[in-house]
Unconditional design. Structure first.
Length: 340
């Protein structure tokens, strides 16, 4: 019985986070006395890159600490800081998320503050719930900035037919005041026609730099979650102006993008009875659709092992292939995570 309980717990831990969480985790709603709850996770990581010259390092992918809680009767608060010196540009801790939510009405909850943009399945999956060590390159580069300041209304539950988010945000990124008079409009909708199937889409329209140049983005997603098997996939297309100062997601280095860019990712995994979960992920990123042979392909072969409800080990091998001219840039990634 204990073995099956652990399997269920692990599946819940690694299940896709379709709670539309605005931050790294879902804000607490179970506090009845208003007491704050300390939350967070750390992800020490080892990387070996087959570049020339070869490079390897130990680092913290993320080291996050925050507090969340409920204020009677219908408000919750959420604050999260990033302490990893490998993520920030200056090596100092910084505020990641900070927002207040009003949750009286299930179909029309509201949040205001700094949080994730409600765009895309993978970006809105909790950082501690990712099935591979790294997010896909298309998510990190095209859904940027991933965090911003704004106002959001959202509703629905994991069991309802429809769930939605709609936000009005600055569009300039984390901790930066808007640099023009217009705002970004971002939304996501998912439909669950069957118990094991969920499909959805996202959109974004805004002005990253000036009032004169705009940006339009769309995404389509699918998820099949049946028994111990999980499949997820997403296609993203992005066009127009963008802000290079916003950087890539989760500390990734931004790349130079063309006028139109696109990409997709998909992965499949199976939870075994031994708390071991094999994962295979394939992704394609095209930074400029008007340029031939600049697509990048990354195939990740991974395995996740769950020690308990709070601790997991991930081992990934990334095989990278460039259409124009393949270079030696594969990588081995190993990450240990503890949540609290």
């Amino acid at each position: 019985m204990k073995k099956y309980s652990l399997i269920i717990a692990a599946m819940l831990l690694m299940a896709p986070v379709i709670t539309f969480s605005q931050g790294c985790e879902e804000p607490s709603e179970d506090s009845t006395d208003g007491a704050p709850k300390v939350i967070g996770f750390i992800q020490p990581q080892y990387e070996h890159h087959f570049t020339d010259p070869k490079a390897s390092t130990f680092k913290f992918m993320r080291a996050r600490l925050g507090v969340t809680g409920k204020i009677p009767y219908d408000f919750t608060y959420y604050v999260m800081a990033e302490f990893s010196s490998f993520v920030s540009s200056d090596g100092n801790p910084f505020l990641l998320d900070a927002f207040i939510s009003y949750r009286r009405f299930e179909l029309a909850k509201m949040s205001v503050g700094s949080f994730k943009q409600p765009f895309g399945l993978e970006v809105n999956t909790s950082c501690s719930g990712l099935h591979t060590v790294m997010r896909s390159k298309v998510s990190d580069q095209l859904v940027s900035p991933q965090r911003d300041m704004g106002f959001m209304v959202f509703g629905g539950t994991n069991e309802s037919l429809l769930k939605y988010q709609f936000a009005i945000m600055n569009g300039t990124g984390l901790g930066v005041k808007d640099n023009n008079a217009k705002k970004d409009f971002i939304g996501r909708l998912t439909i669950k026609p069957l118990d094991f199937l969920r499909v959805g889409g996202s959109f974004r329209y805004g002005h990253p730099l000036t009032d004169d140049k705009d940006r339009t983005s769309f995404a389509a997603e699918i998820e099949i979650n049946k028994g111990n098997f999980l499949f997820q996939g997403e296609y993203i297309i992005d066009e127009g102006d963008y802000n290079t100062a916003a950087g890539g997601g989760c500390g990734s280095e931004p790349v130079v993008l063309g006028e139109k860019r696109e990409g997709y990712w998909m992965h499949a995994m199976y939870m075994t009875n031994y708390m071991i979960q094999p994962v295979v992920k394939f992704e394609m990123f095209d930074k400029d659709t008007n340029t031939d042979k600049d697509e990048e392909y990354i195939t990740t072969f991974g395995v996740n092992y769950f020690f308990n409800d709070w601790t997991r080990l991930q081992l990934n091998y990334q095989y990278k292939a460039e259409k124009a001219s393949e270079i030696d840039n594969d990588a081995i990634l190993m990450q240990l995570q503890v949540k609290f």
